[in-house]
Design a protein around this ligand. Structure first.
Ligand code: FE
Ligand code: FE
Length: 261
């Protein structure tokens, strides 16, 4: 599988990162608890808020800036098009291209009034100890779950090798979009959508103790996707007008009906 060359300058969360990134993770790591995740699932998995086509959802997220991303100031639709175009240029199948286009559509959560810390940023399991492999791990210090004995062990509420499907991930655009499109895309695409922000696993190789054999297979697709998400980020704006007909067709193929958000 071909991937763009790995550029070294991305995901730098050190001193130079925007203050907004640090503040986002301070809130995210303090407030993402098991109870919070379960409450957000109860709230959003009713999926009775809005019906819209995938293209309408793209236009809705276009205006949002992702505070968790130290690398880019482009609009979301441009990030979607850049990601999809990079995947298409590499000759991957249409399901992979459409996955690149829609992977961040869960950010419509912002338009429902959710703060950025509950929408974007790296994701991680809750209900078990927050591993040092999670970005800005020191910011978990004030998370109330660190004072719950059961949630502070390596396995927490889970069993060894239980499978990620059994694991509650911090709430955000990944899990939400997975739930919205789960009947419409192949399993590899769903793994990409659901775990693309789980850097502690797909980048750092951690949390294997919660995975089963299927997860390990699917994680290879998440890894294959990541360079397109990350290294296609460029300040050169894609020609939206020229690309729109192709992508409207592609979306109509995979999502003939409006999506339920
Ligand atoms: Fe994302
Ligand atoms: Fe993305």
């Amino acid at each position: 599988m071909s991937a763009p060359a790995q550029a070294p300058g991305f995901r730098n969360y050190g001193a130079g990162a925007r203050a907004a990134v640090h503040e986002l993770y301070r809130l995210n790591h303090t407030l993402q608890t098991l109870d919070f995740v379960r409450a957000q699932k109860r709230k959003y998995l009713t999926r009775d808020r809005r019906r819209m086509t995938a293209w309408e959802a793209l236009e809705l997220v276009e205006t949002l800036v992702d505070d968790s991303d130290p690398d880019i100031e482009l609009g979301q639709i441009e990030h979607a098009l850049q990601t999809a175009e990079a995947i298409r240029a590499a000759g991957h199948p249409r399901w992979f291209v459409v996955t690149g286009l829609v992977h961040d559509l869960g950010k419509v959560l912002c338009s429902f009034g959710e703060p950025q810390w509950a929408v974007v940023g790296d994701t991680f399991p809750v209900g078990c100890a927050f591993q040092p492999s999670v970005v800005l791990h020191e910011l978990f210090a004030d998370n109330p779950d660190t004072r719950v004995a059961l949630y502070s062990t390596r396995l927490g509420i889970y069993e060894e090798g239980c499978g990620l499907d059994q694991v509650e991930m911090s709430w955000g655009h990944d899990e939400y979009l997975y739930q919205v499109v789960r009947d419409r895309l192949p399993p590899e695409a769903l793994a990409i959508i659901r775990y693309h922000s789980f850097y502690a696993a797909h980048r750092e190789g951690d949390y294997g103790f919660l995975m089963n054999a299927r997860d390990r297979e699917q994680l290879e697709w998440v890894r294959a996707f990541n360079p397109y998400d990350l290294y296609s980020k460029s300040p050169v704006r894609p020609d939206r007008r020229a690309l729109e007909p192709y992508y409207r067709d592609l979306l109509a193929e995979f999502f003939p009906e409006p999506l339920r958000f």
